[in-house]
Design a binder for this molecule. Structure first.
Ligand SMILES: NC(=O)c1ccc[n+]([C@@H]2O[C@H](COP(=O)([O-])OP(=O)(O)OC[C@H]3O[C@@H](n4cnc5c(N)ncnc54)[C@H](O)[C@@H]3O)[C@@H](O)[C@H]2O)c1
Length: 318
């Protein structure tokens, strides 16, 4: 019998990429999304296939989850409120989705004997300002944003559920993921700022923030590897680029991909883009290589070109 996969946040950026790739494997795909940020059109093609189904609903709805998980074999948990900057102002509502929603899902999985979960965590935020760079998974978690805290808290529940019930629980600690059809993140912001004014680009902070950027296809590949690789209990794994890249370099790459010249860069100043922004987040991906036999294959400039091309194209068809 074909595997049945529940993808929460299945109409979001990463979730829709997972739906579109996994539907082609013949697995039964259930895409659950409350559409607060996602777009059903991202999975329109997949929904034409008999093995793909959309469920409009929220991970805050425990009875719905209990019903939905009845015949599910594995959960890819992507639904969340992912805005780090907004997570200070949205403390309680983000907690209700990111932490309570994850706990709902885990408990509903246990009620239905669903044995495996891949959770989209965040290596850019759970470590906070770690002194260890590149940062391996076993350093203490010390988030400096509420968003990072919500991911770290969710992981602790993955650990307790794994220990209490024998759940197989991957925490895929993702770096900054970019690519189609993302409508957020630094490259998206730069693109739209430059569309408005191709002569000047304002950069938040001093541009020296050093982060990991991973093309979405590489992120999907890592999920596929985790689906096929069996582990015992809870295991966090960094899924990120091999090296860190500064925001200044991202700006230059976006400017080049848009074919612009002589753009004046201006800075809001300071070492952080915003309160809670981590200055340096460079994860160590040795565990991903060892356990999943995964590493990124898309070069940054290639990925950025593909993404900018897609933004140009989707702007024309809007
Ligand atoms: N994009 C990144 O760079 C990145 C990095 C690290 C971790 N992550 C994590 O990966 C996951 C996917 O991120 P994304 O960039 O695709 O974000 P996204 O906002 O595009 O997707 C999230 C999806 O979840 C849905 N959603 C929100 N609240 C929901 C709820 N209560 N019930 C059901 N669905 C709900 C939204 O409508 C949206 O479709 C998130 O958990 C995010 O925290 C993303």
């Amino acid at each position: 019998m074909a595997t049945t996969i529940l993808i929460t946040g299945g109409c979001g950026f990463i979730g829709s990429n997972l739906v579109n790739r996994l539907v082609a494997t013949g697995a039964n795909i259930l895409a659950l999304d409350d559409l607060t940020a996602g777009n059903r059109a991202f999975i329109d093609q997949a929904l034409k296939k008999p093995n793909c189904q959309f469920i409009k609903g929220s991970i805050t709805d425990f009875p719905l989850l209990t019903k939905t998980l009845r015949d599910v074999d594995v959960v890819l948990h992507e639904a969340a409120r992912p805005d780090v900057r907004a997570s200070t102002a949205n403390l309680f509502s983000d907690f209700a989705v990111n932490v309570q929603g994850t706990v709902n899902l885990l408990e509903a999985m246990i009620k239905n004997d669903v044995p495996k979960i891949l959770f989209a965590s965040s290596c850019g935020t759970v470590y906070g300002e770690s002194a260890v760079l590149p940062t391996p998974e076993d350093v203490p978690l010390a988030p400096i944003s509420h968003y990072g805290a919500s991911k770290a808290a969710s992981e602790m529940y993955l650990s307790s559920f794994a220990n209490l019930y024998g759940l197989e629980a991957y925490a895929l600690r993702l770096g900054n993921i970019y690519g189609p059809p993302s409508n957020h993140g630094v490259m998206h912001d730069f693109y739209w700022k430059l569309k408005k004014d191709p002569t000047t680009l304002e950069i938040l902070g001093n541009g020296e923030q050093l982060k990991s950027y991973l093309f979405v296809e590489d992120c999907v590949n890592a999920h596929l590897k985790a689906l096929e690789t069996k582990i015992q209990g809870y295991l966090p794994i960094n899924i990120a680029s091999i090296e860190g890249t500064t925001v200044n370099t991202i700006a230059k790459e976006v400017i080049a991909a848009m074919g612009l010249k002589e753009v004046r860069l201006t800075y809001t100043g300071g070492e952080r883009g915003w309160a809670g922004d981590v200055r340096k987040a460079v994860p160590d991906i040795s565990r991903a290589k060892e356990v999943l036999h995964w590493e990124p294959t898309t070069a940054l400039s290639t990925g950025i070109k593909k993404y900018i091309q897609w933004l140009e194209q989707s702007k024309k068809t809007d």
